[in-house]
Design a protein around this ligand. Structure first.
Ligand SMILES: Nc1ncnc2c1ncn2[C@@H]1O[C@H](COP(=O)(O)OP(=O)(O)O)[C@@H](O)[C@H]1O
Ligand SMILES: [Mg+2]
Length: 294
């Protein structure tokens, strides 16, 4: 009996192994597909040097479609001078996020060009270009790691003091300190152990720490409740006053003071100007504005 029992377990392992092998092969195939995926964003052969941002970002007749071929941006021309705040508003699906994603080259324009200080951004090294840009998105991109590492992501040799200072500005310090391990708390896959608003504040802290000359805020406060939104908005206002900012807002009250507001409708800029001018125009912007005041 003893012999039979001691043989049983290894025998079972044999049969398990036989179905683990095809399982492993299937996983390998899927991993391979990712490892061998081709990156559509090509590095230039002789990259232009990029030291800082001095003048402006220009969109010249930019059109864009995703892989399905349906054009989502049509002939966009837009100038974003250094130090200014340009706001994009419009219905959901009008192409605001797509437009903002073209600046750090998450996608490349299909027609037209985007220039930074007069040079096509496709001539810069992707790494150099992105080092100038801070991005706070609707969906915070977080990693299964500690809060400290998530905030310090992309900044080499960040010290604890710098991370804490950034978290304080982003109004995240208090909730972090309430966690058992403070800044060393692990936040789970994609930050799953945090609430939506907390995730967003971590990603705002990350942008503050990176301190880039260009900021892209894509509905950066959409996951916050009104109370924390107000505080984070103050932090963002302080941050954007000295920087070049592209801001996409779901709440029009937060972009009142933008230097230029562009209203997107079905992939076109249909109106542009300052808040008062657009209100006086009595068009799309006025309609959005009136709906929100209700
Ligand atoms: N990755 C994608 N692949 C295909 N179509 C997309 C993708 N992302 C967005 N779209 C489409 O592009 C259009 C514009 O989307 P988006 O820029 O996200 O709008 P907004 O940010 O203004 O809500 C929508 O019609 C959307 O369905
Ligand atoms: Mg969007």
């Amino acid at each position: 009996m003893t012999i039979v029992y001691s043989v049983l377990a290894p025998l079972k392992d044999f049969s398990k192994a036989s179905y683990n092998i095809p399982k492993g092969l299937a996983s390998m195939e899927r991993v391979d597909r990712i490892m061998n995926a081709e990156n559509d964003i090509k590095e230039p052969e002789s990259p232009a040097s990029l030291d800082g941002f001095n003048d402006s970002i220009e969109f010249n007749g930019v059109s864009f479609s995703y892989e399905d071929g349906k054009e989502v941006l049509h002939d966009i021309s837009l100038s974003i001078p250094k130090g200014r705040t340009v706001a994009l508003v419009g219905q959901s699906g009008s192409g605001k996020s797509t437009l903002a994603d073209l600046i750090p080259r998450y996608y490349d324009a299909c027609a037209g060009s985007i220039t930074l200080d007069g040079t096509d951004i496709r001539n810069f090294r992707v790494k150099d270009l992105r080092s100038l840009i801070g991005n706070v998105n609707q969906e915070a991109i977080l990693f299964n790691d500690t809060i400290f590492n998530n905030i310090a992501f992309g900044v080499e040799n960040a010290t604890m003091e710098q991370v804490v200072a950034a978290a304080k500005i982003a109004n995240a310090h208090d909730f972090i300190m309430e966690k058992e391990d403070g800044y060393q708390t692990n936040i789970g896959d994609r930050g799953g152990k945090l609430s939506g608003g907390q995730r967003q504040r971590i990603s705002i802290a990350r942008a503050i720490l990176k301190n880039p000359p260009i900021l892209i805020l894509d509905e950066a406060t959409s996951a916050l409740d009104t109370e924390s939104e107000k505080i984070v908005q103050e932090a963002l206002d302080r941050l954007t006053s000295t920087r070049t900012t592209v801001v996409i807002a779901h709440r029009l009250s937060t972009i009142r003071n933008a230097d230029e507001i562009c209203v997107l409708h079905e992939g076109r800029i249909v109106e542009r100007g300052r808040h008062d001018e657009l209100i006086a125009l009595n068009g799309y912007y006025r309609k959005l504005h009136d709906m929100q005041s209700l």
